[in-house]
Design a protein around this ligand. Structure first.
Ligand SMILES: Nc1ncnc2c1ncn2[C@@H]1O[C@H](COP(=O)(O)OP(=O)(O)OP(=O)(O)O)[C@@H](O)[C@H]1O
Ligand SMILES: [Mg+2]
Length: 211
C-alpha cells in the first residue's frame, strides 16, 4: 500500500503524521518504508535523529522531483510505503498522487486551509484521471485540545462541496509532545503521553485496520 501524506498547506502536520504512522506500523510488525519526497528533508532528518539515538530502525528513502516510479518500486518491496510530499503544489505531490492508494490530507478548519482545498480538489481530479482508485481523506490536525466538536462541524462544512474528499474520524490534536517527538526522532507511541499515543493508534486503526 502507498499512503501519501500530502496537501498544499505548509506546516499542517504532514511530516508529523507520516513519521508517527511509520513508527506505529513498524511496531505492529509491518515492513514500512518512509519515502521523503520533500526537498526540505524533514522526515529524513527525523530518521537521522532516530538513528543517532539508536531507536528501532525506520527505513527511509529520499527522492524529489518525479516520485511515481520510486513509490511504485518501493511498494513491491515493502508492505507499506508512506510518502511525505511537503507542503505545496509540486511535482512530488502530483506524481505521488498518481501512485498512491490513499491521500491523507491533514487540515485545520481555517480559511487558509479552505483556500488550499479548492485547488487541491482540482489537482485530485487530475490525479484521479490517471489513478482512478485513489482515495482521499482529509484529517483534522492540530485541533485545540479542549473538547469541542466545533472544528469537526467546520471541517464538514468546508468539505461539503468536495464529495471526493472524505473526512477521517480521527483527529490529531495540538500537543507539545508531537513537537518533542519530531525533535527526538521518535513517534509519540514511544513517548510518555497516553492521549497522543491513543490518537495515533486510532488513526492507524482507521487507515490500516486493527492488527
Ligand atoms: N499535532 C501537533 N501538535 C503540536 N505541534 C505539531 C503538531 N503537528 C505538527 N506540529 C509541529 O508543527 C510544525 C510543523 O509540523 P510538520 O513538520 O509535521 O508539518 P508539515 O505539514 O510536514 O510541514 P511542511 O509543509 O513544512 O512539510 C513542527 O514543529 C511540528 O512539531
Ligand atoms: Mg513536512
Amino acid at each position: 500500500m502507498i499512503l501519501l501524506v500530502g496537501g498544499e498547506k505548509g506546516g499542517s502536520c504532514k511530516t508529523t503524521t507520516a513519521t508517527n504512522l511509520a513508527v506505529v506500523m513498524a511496531q505492529r510488525g509491518v515492513d514500512v518504508m518512509l519515502l521523503d519526497a520533500d526537498p526540505q528533508c524533514t522526515a529524513s532528518k527525523w530518521v537521522a535523529r532516530r538513528n543517532a539515538a539508536e531507536l528501532p530502525m525506520i527505513h527511509c528513502a529520499q527522492k524529489t522531483g518525479e516520485v511515481y516510479a520510486t513509490a511504485n518500486d518501493l511498494a513491491k518491496r515493502y508492505e507499506l510505503v508512506i510518502v511525505d510530499a511537503g507542503g505545496r503544489d509540486s511535482k512530488e505531490l502530483r506524481s505521488a498522487m498518481v501512485a498512491a492508494d490513499l491521500l491523507l490530507m491533514p487540515i485545520q478548519a481555517s480559511i487558509a486551509d479552505l483556500e488550499t482545498i479548492e485547488h487541491m480538489a482540482e489537482v485530485i481530479g487530475m490525479a484521479k484521471a490517471m489513478n482512478s482508485t485513489l482515495e482521499v481523506m482529509a484529517m483534522i490536525a492540530r485541533a485545540p485540545t479542549n473538547p469541542s466538536i466545533t472544528e469537526v462541524a467546520e471541517a464538514r462544512e468546508l468539505l461539503a462541496d468536495y464529495p471526493e474528499i472524505g473526512l477521517a474520524r480521527s483527529i490529531v490534536r495540538d500537543r507539545k509532545i508531537y513537537r518533542d517527538a519530531l525533535l527526538e526522532g521518535r513517534g509519540v507511541v514511544e513517548m510518555d503521553n497516553t492521549k497522543a499515543r491513543a490518537e495515533i493508534q486510532l488513526l492507524a486503526n482507521e487507515i490500516f485496520g486493527e492488527r
